[in-house]
Design a protein. Structure first.
Length: 146
């Protein structure tokens, strides 16, 4: 199974303003995108996992905590699985790739945060690959990477 990967981007600035980019992000597999904006910084959106689909995440504004867990059993995953956390900030200019087989949970860390999400299947497929678990389901310890 693939691991979570980061594609680093950058920013170009001059007297006209700035351009944010992630030139090494290959979007050939992308079929759709959507933007998540939580109503407040207390809301946690998750856990949602995908057995077939993969996702890429890019913060447009603010910051998010992205928690991930590698699913061991799709019908009844262990509650003790390790949970890893990545802090995503708009100024970091990076795309985070979460391959198939992972669950994710998101929490905005600043008001007005916006998260751009890319998916590799169309919306018609979503109902066939959507595994959801309560927000407090996974209790395992993990690590934080920044």
């Amino acid at each position: 199974m693939e691991e979570i990967a980061i594609t680093q981007g950058g920013i170009a600035e001059d007297h006209r303003g700035s351009i944010r980019f992630v030139n090494d992000f290959d979007m050939a597999a992308v079929k759709r995108f959507y933007i998540i904006e939580n109503k407040d910084i207390e809301t946690i959106r998750g856990w949602r996992a995908h057995r077939i689909e993969q996702r890429w995440f890019y913060v447009l504004a603010g910051a998010f905590s992205l928690k991930t867990v590698k699913i061991d059993n799709w019908e009844q995953p262990s509650r003790e699985l390790p949970v890893d956390e990545i802090i995503l900030r708009s100024e970091d200019q990076r795309v985070i790739h979460v391959p198939t087989g992972y669950g994710t949970a998101f929490q905005a860390l600043a008001p007005g945060s916006k998260l751009l999400v890319f998916a590799d299947y169309g919306i018609d497929h979503a109902k066939h690959d959507d595994y959801t678990y309560p927000v407090d389901y996974f209790v395992g310890a993990g690590s934080i990477s920044l």
